[in-house]
Design a protein around this ligand. Structure first.
Ligand code: GLA
Length: 384
């Protein structure tokens, strides 16, 4: 994909600025295999990078301006003086790349005036981390263009800062880490407390499996308050339990059942059981038992649906259709309230799963789901 994708980004840059860019960078979106709403509870996540993502083509310029143009939003170019960047000064799609430039500057790294042309093959709102890809492509490009080699975990933290403080979305560290740290053929086990990560083999083809992404076409926004409300509930539950974060309950899962408030109890139960499912999935993958991860994925979905209450009708129907048509397991992926479902299936069953999900949506009069065959791919890098 990268040759043609880089060509397209170069072409878009030339259309915008009438010249060749100095370089082109790519940052992928991600699928979270398992470990949902655990990152901001200092727990474990297991995402992998997609082949699809965001390209940033850029060149330095001889003034102090940041100019941003997106092939997907051509009618909304943004130009901003670098020294005036601050949260609130740029909104909409451009807040993510502008926020990345701001976070890089805030960390004390130099950023030159730059013209940036963005191109993506990842839908926004599909829970595949298009915004993190946008931040990571920009942060990596701006630093490498200056000859800097910022350690990837630090870059992930800067990209997250762009999202949290500049774009105002209170997410955890998972998406930016996945985009910057993942390796092809592997998922990334990340301990969100220590920041330690390791590659976990995820060779679907060798196992005769496919991981189907089912985009339910329901669009989510993590800015609408429901994501923040879940975070607050988790903090409240940790306070009730007298622990710094719900991560600390991992050794005593029975503790959550002693929370008196039923809502906080359910929220905490999801996080604690989900952390255990991440570690169990990791163990199975490391033992080469990929197919046996299916029931853990489905259990994660049930927990997100009933205890954490972030699922949505189309996701529940897609999971149900996938599992009853022979998938080994399925779950919603990402923050919830819209976006995509993933289904793990034997290669020979994939067509049946697709057909079952499409039929279930058609019966209900919903727009047909879109499908993507997810291949664990490399993290962000320079293409040219
Ligand atoms: C979004 C956030 C992540 C994470 C997930 C839920 O993708 O960006 O930090 O919290 O939701 O697991």
């Amino acid at each position: 994909m990268t040759g043609a994708a880089a060509d397209r980004a170069v072409g878009w840059f030339a259309e915008c600025y009438g010249a060749e860019p100095e370089g082109v960078w790519h940052a992928p979106g991600r699928v979270n295999l398992i470990g949902e709403h655990t990152d901001y509870n200092e727990g474990f996540v297991l995402p992998f990078a997609l082949g699809q993502g965001v390209r940033a083509a850029l060149s330095r310029r001889d003034d102090e301006l940041l100019e941003l143009r997106s092939r997907q939003v051509p009618a909304s170019p943004v130009t901003a003086p670098l020294n005036k960047l601050a949260p609130g000064t740029v909104v909409g799609w451009a807040a993510y790349p502008a926020g990345a430039a701001w976070a890089v500057l805030e960390a004390g790294y130099p950023v030159a005036g730059t013209s940036i042309a963005i191109d993506a093959d990842l839908e926004s709102g599909a829970a595949l981390s298009s915004s993190a890809a946008l931040e990571c492509a920009t942060a990596l490009a701006l630093t490498e263009l200056q000859g800097l080699s910022v350690p990837r975990p630090e870059l992930a933290a800067l990209a997250r800062r762009a999202e949290n403080e500049f774009a105002g979305v209170p997410t955890g560290i998972m998406d930016q880490s996945a985009s910057l740290l993942c390796r092809a053929g592997h998922a990334l086990l990340l301990d969100c407390r220590s920041g330690q990560s390791s590659d976990v083999p995820l060779d679907l083809e060798a196992a005769g499996l496919v991981l189907l992404v089912i985009d339910t076409r329901v669009r989510h926004a993590l800015t609408d308050g429901r994501y923040a409300a879940r975070r607050r509930a988790c903090e409240d539950a940790a306070r009730v339990l007298g622990v710094p974060s719900l991560r600390d309950v991992t050794d005593d899962p029975g503790a959550v059942e002693r929370i008196a408030d039923p809502l906080l109890r359910r929220r905490a139960r999801h996080v604690v059981t989900e952390n255990a499912r991440v570690l169990e999935t990791t163990r199975l993958l490391r033992e080469g038992q990929t197919g046996r991860c299916g029931p853990l994925l489905t259990a994660s979905h049930v927990s997100l649906r009933d205890d954490f209450e972030v699922s949505w009708p189309q996701a529940d129907v897609a999971v149900e259709a996938a599992v009853t048509s022979g998938a080994l397991g399925a779950r919603m992926t990402g923050g919830g309230f819209g976006g995509s479902v993933i289904a793990l299936a034997e290669a020979g069953q994939a067509e049946g799963v697709r057909a079952a999900a499409s039929a279930a949506f058609a019966t209900r009069g919903w727009p047909p789901p879109r499908f993507l065959d997810a291949q664990p791919s490399d993290g962000a890098r320079r293409l040219r």
